[in-house]
Design a protein around this ligand. Structure first.
Ligand code: ASP
Ligand code: MG
Length: 465
């Protein structure tokens, strides 16, 4: 069997969803399990309605919900002609709207929004969309079965960034989904959402439907996991920033992990983790250009050990660099230990770290409110904060041993002010932090250095450097 995951933009509207249904029908022989994201912007709308209600304005929150509900109903109208089926969906959707409205009223009264409630509210996006996909497939004559992720995706209770309890998920899937696949039915379920042992909805973080698909793929020993999106695959850089980007034909799990961890939006970074252990390949494919072969992610290509190559350059447009040194120069390792315990206790996701004898500098996401943690770090010594930075991550194989690599990076970036550089830990990436206003320039220069500046046409392999 295979897992087919469709993202929000693939389900933007009825026409896009009709295309998704058609793609699924062309893969029936491979026994797909279908994982669906919420339709485009639905999760943003749900979050916004919750925040608006919690600020006291339930009626504006409700307006957002009413529009979202109407968008789903319009899709049902366009895709489901069987009367009983359409009526059933509209009844289910009215129920969803009613539950959501009740939740918003609660928020407006309490003026409080916990991550637990936020997860409950956000779970409706995927529940709406997956219902339509299941019904739409039935309209096409496919024996599709809607499956509630609550019936198998057991997670911890870390709302907003829950992680699966793999053993339980595996046995639940064997019980709930495997028999359907065996009978050649097509299970359609939700990405992103899970459930605690006490039955509360959780989510695994924004954009985590990819992760859901890979959890299911790994737990069910799928032949492969397909991530259907709106770009041709993993690209050499973000096409909105860089002219002449190319599609990457093949990437290793580790490269894809580095790339998404350091900012590339195409895949959720956790996606690779469950698959790596089982060696299950991922295909990233374009639902609007189905004929393309996409990007294949699996084991490293042995030829790359001989010929190093930059595969792609990702970025985070908003990072903060924090740098500190100890007031007293005693044992260096005690200083580092102290700093890292403060960071881990504060739940800060540190991306890049560099050290000198008695100084440490690291990056955190710019969106992170560091006001509470800085005073605790200041207990060790003076702290300097550099806001409005951006990080660029050059990813590829064999970078560490490649003689020309560093020279080419620095040559390309000549004249650009760099705040921090990290290189050599894995041999798979170099991270360079620059002023945010220099990001685009730096990205274009690096891309030109490693991929040339030709205009793309059709599909490309990454050239050997
Ligand atoms: N719908 C969720 C989000 O927008 C999850 C996903 O799309 O992967 O973040
Ligand atoms: Mg995505």
């Amino acid at each position: 069997m295979i897992v087919m995951k469709f993202g929000g933009t693939s389900n933007r509207d009825a026409a896009a969803m009709a295309n998704v249904l058609r793609i699924i029908t062309t893969h029936l022989a491979e026994r797909p399990v279908v994982v669906v994201s919420a339709i485009a912007d639905a999760t943003n709308d749900l979050e916004e309605s919750a925040r608006t209600a919690a600020s006291g304005d339930a009626s504006r929150g409700e307006e957002i919900l009413t529009r979202l509900h109407a968008r789903h109903l319009a899709m049902v109208d366009a895709l489901v002609s069987d009367k009983a089926r359409a009526e059933n969906l509209s009844r289910v959707f009215s129920g969803y709207l009613k539950e959501l409205t009740t939740l918003l009223h609660g928020l407006a009264i309490l003026r409080e929004l916990t991550s637990r409630t936020m997860d409950a509210i956000c779970s409706y996006g995927e529940r709406f969309s997956s219902r339509i996909v299941a019904a739409g497939l039935q309209e096409c004559g496919v024996d599709a079965v809607w499956v509630d992720a609550k019936d198998f995706m057991l997670t911890d209770g870390n709302f907003g960034k829950a992680l699966p309890v793999m053993e339980a998920v595996r046995s639940n899937l064997a019980r709930v989904i495997a028999p359907l696949v065996k009978q050649r039915q097509v299970p359609v379920t939700q990405g992103f959402i899970g459930v605690t042992s006490s039955g509360a909805y959780t989510t695994m973080g924004r954009e985590s439907s990819d992760f859901s698909a890979s959890i299911i793929g790994a737990a069910m020993d799928a032949e492969r996991v397909q991530i259907w999106t709106d770009v041709d695959g993993i690209l050499t850089a973000d096409p909105r920033m860089v002219p002449g980007v190319r599609k990457v034909r093949h990437m290793s799990f580790d490269e894809a992990f580095e790339l998404s961890y350091f900012g590339a939006k195409v895949l959720h970074p956790n996606t690779m983790l469950p698959l790596l252990e089982k060696n299950i390949p991922v295909e990233v494919r374009n639902s609007r250009r189905e004929e393309g072969t996409g990007t294949l992610i699996d084991q490293p290509d042995p030829s790359e050990a001989v010929a190093p190559a930059v595969k792609s350059i990702s970025f985070s447009a908003d990072v903060t660099v924090v740098s500190l040194s100890p007031r007293k120069r005693t044992n260096q390792y005690l200083f580092w230990d102290g700093v890292f315990s403060v960071l881990s206790r504060s739940g800060i996701d540190v991306r890049t770290v560099t050290t000198s004898e008695y100084r440490i500098a690291f990056t955190i996401a710019g969106s992170y409110d560091s006001s509470a943690v800085i005073p605790r770090l200041e207990e060790f010594g003076p702290v300097t904060v550099f806001p409005e930075q951006a990080s660029l991550c050059i990813v590829g194989s064999g970078l560490r041993g490649w003689k020309e690599f560093a020279g080419r990076v620095f040559g390309a970036l000549a004249g650009v002010k760099t705040a921090l550089i990290a290189y050599g830990a894995s041999g798979l990436n170099m991270t360079v932090v620059v002023d945010r206003r220099d990001l685009e320039d730096a990205l274009v220069r690096l891309h030109r250095e490693f991929f040339g500046s030709s205009t793309p046409s059709g599909e490309f392999d990454v050239p050997r450097n």
